[in-house]
Write a protein of this length. Structure first.
Length: 212
């Protein structure tokens, strides 16, 4: 049981070790695999156990490099639940390429681009830095009319627009402009409209655009 060895290396007392291992294995859903050989376990289970051996001693500061990379949704949820509920007194730094994880589980975010920190702060502050940037989608019943594309392409208030068959997507800080565009789109049949707040992934895409 490799987790036992690591726990002893961290200085956990023998008398409390069995209880700690049983508790963390139950919370991370690998209690039925404690006495299996590592080579017989799935990749996801191995990653969960690697995570467990790193945090079994409840460290004050934890550094995690993509803790849920290449793990199925079930174990991803298990790990994040453990981090949020059992490690809530620890300071945790983690790197990730998963924008949803960063947005959902961080109370402070730093965005690294080409070796430089472009943003650093809470997600709410990052969104505020976009000055109300929102994402808009208009879904036409049929292919987007060429006349509409020509008119929209000249609009300076539209950011990073894209046309794909019957879907038109764009970003803008001016919601009133969206309704003007919608009015123009009503000359054709529309199936759906979507307006959503800017996500962390949207912010990162904006950084890519700004930096060419």
């Amino acid at each position: 049981m490799i987790i036992y060895i690591y726990a002893r290396l961290y200085g956990i007392d023998k008398n409390s070790l069995k209880e700690k291992i049983e508790k963390i294995s139950e919370l991370l859903h690998f209690n039925n695999y404690l006495y299996y050989y590592p080579k017989s376990l799935s990749f996801g289970l191995k990653r969960v156990i690697m995570f467990a051996r790193s945090v079994i001693h409840n460290p004050d500061i934890i550094l995690l490099d993509e803790p849920t990379a290449n793990i199925d949704p079930k174990f991803r949820s298990v790990i994040w639940n453990y981090i949020c509920n059992s490690l809530n007194k620890s300071t945790i730094f983690f790197t990730t390429n998963n924008f949803n994880d960063a947005q959902d589980y961080s109370n402070r975010i730093a965005i690294l681009y080409n070796g430089n920190i472009k943003y650093n702060g809470t997600f709410e502050n990052l969104v505020n830095n976009t000055h109300g940037l929102a994402r808009f989608s208009i879904i036409f019943k049929d292919k987007i009319p060429n006349d509409f594309i020509k008119i929209i392409s000249l609009n300076p208030k539209i950011i990073n627009s894209s046309f794909s068959d019957n879907i038109f997507k764009f970003y803008s800080v001016d919601k009133l402009e969206c309704f003007r565009i919608l009015k123009q789109a009503l000359n054709s049949e529309i199936e759906d409209i979507d307006i959503s707040n800017c996500s962390l992934e949207d912010i990162f895409k904006g950084i890519e655009i700004d930096n060419g």
